[in-house]
Design a protein around this ligand. Structure first.
Ligand code: 6PG
Length: 249
C-alpha cells in the first residue's frame, strides 16, 4: 500500500496552509467509507486547522457522525492544563462540533505516565479490534503531525528511548519544558509503529525557524525522528513559504 512519493503543498502563510489542510482533510474524510479515524497533533499550526474545521465554512462539510479522534501525543498534565493537547483541541474545536463523547479518545491522564500509555494502548487496540497492526488495515485514516526545530514529531524526541519502541503502540517520553531551570516534562506519545499505521500522514509546518530542520528531515536524515515517519499509505507536507525556504529550488 505504501506510496513512497511524498506530496508537498506550499502556501503563502500559516493561515492559508491551515485552509489547504482543512480542504484536504475534508476530502479525505468524505472519501473514506465507514468510520474516519484521525490522529491529532498538538502545536500552533494545527490549532488553526481545528478552529477552521469548527467554523461555519467547514463544520457542515465534515462527516462528524463517523469521525473518531485520537491524539498522537500528550503532556502528562491535567486535561484542563494550558499545556494539555486535549484542552487545546477542546477549546479550538470540540466545544463547537457535533461529536459524541464516545468518538473522542484523548490520552487518559492516570496516576503515572506509564499507566496512561498502557491504558491508551489498550483503548487503541480495542478500537482497532486486534493486538497486531496489519499493513493492509491501517489504524488511522489520517495522522496529523508537527515538526519541532530539533527534529521531533509527536513527542518522539531525538536521542530518547521512545524512538526504539517497536512493540508498544503508546510509549512514555519526556521533553525539556522551559530552560531555566531545566525541567523534564513527561509525555505520552504514540510510537513509530502506531503513527506509521496510517493511510495518510500529514505534517503541518510553518515559520522560518523550522526551515533548516525541514530541509534535513525532507532530505531523509535517518537519525531525526520526523524523518522516520513512513506511513503505510502516503506522506503529505503542508508548508508555508517561510518554512519551505530550507528546501531550495
Ligand atoms: C506538541 C506536539 C509537537 C508539535 C511540534 C510543532 O504537542 O507540542 O505534538 O510535536 O507538533 O512541536 O509544534 P508547532 O506547530 O507549535 O511549532
Amino acid at each position: 500500500m505504501s506510496d513512497d512519493t511524498a506530496i508537498t503543498d506550499i502556501s503563502t502563510d500559516a493561515g492559508t496552509l491551515a485552509r489547504r489542510a482543512a480542504d484536504w482533510l475534508v476530502e479525505r474524510a468524505m472519501s473514506t467509507e465507514g468510520r474516519f479515524t484521525l490522529a491529532l497533533s498538538g502545536g500552533s499550526t494545527p490549532k488553526l486547522l481545528y478552529q477552521l474545521l469548527a467554523s461555519s465554512d467547514y463544520i457542515d462539510r465534515m462527516p462528524w457522525s463517523r469521525t473518531h479522534l485520537f491524539w498522537g501525543d500528550e503532556r502528562f498534565v491535567a486535561p484542563d492544563s494550558k499545556r494539555s493537547n486535549y484542552r487545546m483541541v477542546r477549546d479550538a474545536m470540540l466545544t463547537k462540533v457535533p461529536l459524541k463523547p464516545e468518538q473522542i479518545h484523548p490520552v487518559p491522564i492516570t496516576t503515572s505516565p506509564m499507566l496512561s500509555a498502557a491504558h491508551y494502548e489498550r483503548e487503541l487496540k480495542s478500537f482497532y479490534g486486534a493486538d497486531v497492526l496489519e499493513a493492509a488495515r491501517p489504524l488511522f485514516d489520517v495522522t496529523l503531525l508537527g515538526l519541532g526545530t530539533d527534529g521531533h514529531t509527536a513527542s518522539l524526541f531525538p536521542g530518547t528511548d521512545a524512538l526504539d519502541e517497536v512493540e508498544r503502540w503508546a510509549t512514555v517520553s519526556s521533553a525539556i519544558a522551559g530552560t531555566k531551570p531545566t525541567v523534564f516534562e513527561p509525555r505520552i506519545s504514540l510510537s513509530f509503529p502506531a503513527l506509521n499505521s496510517s493511510r495518510a500522514a500529514a505534517f503541518l509546518v510553518a515559520g522560518a525557524d523550522k526551515s533548516a530542520m525541514l530541509g534535513k528531515v525532507m532530505a531523509g536524515q535517518g537519525n531525526l525522528p520526523a524523518a522516520r515517519i513512513e506511513p503505510v499509505g502516503q506522506l503529505f507536507w503542508f508548508l508555508d513559504r517561510a518554512a519551505a525556504e530550507g528546501l531550495g529550488e
